[in-house]
Design a protein around this ligand. Structure first.
Ligand SMILES: Cc1cc2nc3c(=O)[nH]c(=O)nc-3n(C[C@H](O)[C@H](O)[C@H](O)COP(=O)(O)OP(=O)(O)OC[C@H]3O[C@@H](n4cnc5c(N)ncnc54)[C@H](O)[C@@H]3O)c2cc1C
Length: 416
């Protein structure tokens, strides 16, 4: 495997004196996550030559967003991909329901959304990314280079002119009219462009781990009270998330004991399975709510988590990343094959997408006050007043369903 899709749109070349391959394209995207692959697919289907760099060899990583919201499924329909999406293993969730201090609650209801699909689909992110990558490969203008990491930005004077990368065949310089950073919340190239995220550190971390799952077993999706535990069914195992105070997980047996105790109390059915969990099976998500004040430079645009790292609250990260990609593609596709985008155009993309991201982050910060209380061991947290109100007023559950399921300013795929 060369880590490269065959694609006539870029011509590798190198000289005898120089081991660096040099190629050029219209757009180079660093990061083959939801934002990067969706942007590349949308640009390629409109004839813009695009190269995506993904540093991993596959998409098989466990600890990533799994929720594909109705807004994203609507976009898949617009792209003619919804049926193929639904053929992949997934679980439909028409309501966000949880048990809070023993009380069943419904927080959001998607059943009245004005979309074809009225449920969140839980699908391992690798399946979703495989679908986008396969759909991209159907277009001659699409190139995906796996096992290729962007390492530095290329410049023409002040302008960002592409990316230097390390791939399976050695170093490569990819020159492009536009460089897109879709390299996630830990983007390293952001700093090379002088873009630094700002924001407050969250007071919580999330511990992720897998537990075996019995065939057909139904465990509540979310359980809260003295702690909080999320359980996502995935065939013969459950993907679990447990909230702790920031820094509480020390990666030792005491931390593991605390996890077993608290998660086991929330879900006694899992207690025995938790006993088999080892320290090295637990991954820590350092929760951050951050944003870039400026998403662009001359020749460069950041989207998705690279522009705004979201808290996992509400499971909206994938969907916001996708919305950024759609807005960017709608704005860029008409001209990018012929000319470099102006900074004014890049600024318009930021203006369109920054406020939905910031407003969603503001909501996540409010939610965090509850999550912080749940993270602290002690007395069970009583059901917060807003959650109690939601139970008594069904209209609010439809509104929260709209906010979570569609998001603010939902985007639509523009055709030629
Ligand atoms: C543990 C966890 C659980 C989550 N749960 C949910 C959830 O349930 N629902 C939800 O909606 N969101 C969730 N999120 C958030 C969600 O995964 C992200 O918001 C979403 O994936 C962002 O998409 P993205 O494309 O912007 O970035 P990412 O998905 O982070 O993709 C970035 C890609 O860039 C690649 N990359 C990074 N640097 C380089 C480089 N230099 N060169 C080449 N490639 C590079 C990475 O390998 C990665 O594939 C979760 C996140 C985590 C970490």
């Amino acid at each position: 495997m060369t880590g490269m899709d065959a694609n006539p749109s870029t011509e590798p070349s190198s000289t005898e004196h120089d081991e660096v391959a040099r190629v050029s394209t219209d757009c180079v995207v660093v990061g083959g996550g939801p934002a990067g692959l969706m942007l590349a697919l949308l640009l390629a289907r409109r004839g813009v030559r695009v190269t995506v760099l993904e540093r991993h060899g596959d998409f098989l990583r466990d600890f990533r967003g799994d929720t594909i919201h109705p807004s994203t499924q609507e976009l898949l329909h617009e792209l003619g991909l919804l049926e193929r999406f639904l053929e992949r293993p997934h679980a439909d969730v028409p309501h966000v329901a949880l048990r809070f201090s023993g009380r069943p609650l419904v927080l959001a209801d998607f059943t009245r959304l004005p979309t074809r699909r009225k449920a969140i689909a839980f699908m391992p992110q690798w399946d979703f990314l495989d679908l986008l990558a396969d759909a991209g490969r159907a277009h001659a203008a699409f190139e995906l280079r796996m096992r290729t990491a962007g390492t530095a930005l290329l410049r023409d004077g002040e302008r960002i002119a592409g990316v230097r990368a390390e791939g399976p065949d050695g170093p490569v310089e990819i020159r492009a009219k536009l460089t897109v950073l879709a390299d996630g919340r830990d983007s390293t190239l952001r700093a090379h462009a002088g873009l630094e995220p700002v924001g407050r550190r969250s007071a919580i971390d999330v511990l992720w781990f897998r537990l075996p799952r019995e065939q057909g077993e139904e465990i509540p999706f979310m359980q809260a009270g003295d702690g909080a535990l999320l359980t996502i069914p995935r065939g013969d195992f459950s993907q679990c998330a447990h909230i702790v105070r920031k820094g509480a997980w020390l990666g030792d047996t005491r931390s593991l004991e605390a996890l077993r105790r608290r998660a086991g109390a929330l879900a006694p059915i899992l207690a025995e399975r938790l006993e088999a969990l080892r320290v090295e099976d637990v991954r820590v998500l350092d929760v951050r709510i951050e944003h870039l004040e400026r998403w662009h430079r001359d020749g460069l645009l950041a989207i998705g988590d690279a522009a705004h790292a979201m808290s996992p609250a509400g499971g909206v990260g994938v969907n916001l990343a996708i919305q950024d990609a759609v807005a960017a593609a709608n704005a860029l596709a008409p001209g990018l094959a012929h000319a470099r985008p102006t900074e004014a155009l890049l600024q318009r993309i930021q203006r369109r997408r920054a406020w939905p991201a910031r407003a969603t982050q503001a909501f996540q910060r409010r939610l965090e006050t509850v999550l912080v209380r749940l993270a602290e061991p002690g007395e069970p947290v009583p059901v917060p007043l807003p959650l109690r109100v939601v139970q008594h007023v069904p209209a609010i559950r439809h509104l929260t369903g709209r906010f979570v399921g569609l998001g603010l300013r939902p985007e639509h795929v523009r055709s030629e």
